[in-house]
Design a protein around this ligand. Structure first.
Ligand code: GDP
Ligand code: MG
Length: 160
């Protein structure tokens, strides 16, 4: 755990992204992955899975007092989720910028939520909101020793 935390900074920073059940059903997996690939970020973990109620309740524990909490957990349980870990410089913040605002109505065109969805309760993708949340969420959804560290041949064309 120590090695994991200390190495996940700079170009090795990591975030947790998940294409929600509506995104999977609407065949947006390829397009969303393409977005982050084209940007220059590196995919280090990916799985398609049906998440359990326990996992989802824990994932969204910070929202447990919100009126939409149980609806949110049901939405996330309504089909498979594409869970992913992406790596790169400032990836947590940059991925949030690329995703857009929580409500698609407030999201600019060019962002994922701005381009692919309409309602807050069906907003196609999740992204960690801080480095701390990313750490928590990655270890919740993945065995961190199963994430793949690989050398990208294009890295010197992306970073100085
Ligand atoms: P995010 O970090 O941008 O995903 O937003 P939050 O962490 O605040 O909320 C988590 C998720 O809960 C959002 O992505 C939405 O899917 C859902 N959500 C947030 N606000 C509302 C709401 O007012 N109503 C409903 N039904 N769902 C909401
Ligand atoms: Mg959030």
């Amino acid at each position: 755990a120590n090695i994991f935390q200390s190495t996940c900074t700079g170009v090795n920073e990591r975030t947790f992204l998940a294409i929600k059940p509506d995104g999977v059903q609407r065949h947006l997996i390829g397009e969303i992955i393409r977005h982050f690939e084209k940007k220059g970020f590196k995919l280090v973990g990916m799985k398609l899975m049906q998440a359990s109620e326990d996992l989802l309740k824990e994932h969204y524990i910070a929202l447990c007092d919100r009126p939409f909490y149980s609806h949110l957990v049901e939405y996330m349980r309504s089909g498979p989720i594409a869970a992913m870990v992406w790596q790169g410089l400032d990836v947590v913040k940059m991925a949030r910028t690329m995703i857009g605002e929580t409500n698609p109505a407030d999201s600019r065109p060019g962002t994922i939520r701005g381009d692919f969805c309409i309602e807050v309760s069906k907003n196609v993708i999740h992204g960690s909101d801080s480095i701390e949340s990313a750490r928590r969420e990655i270890s919740l959804w993945f065995h961190t020793d199963k994430l793949t560290c690989w050398a990208e041949s294009t890295e010197h064309w992306i970073y100085e």
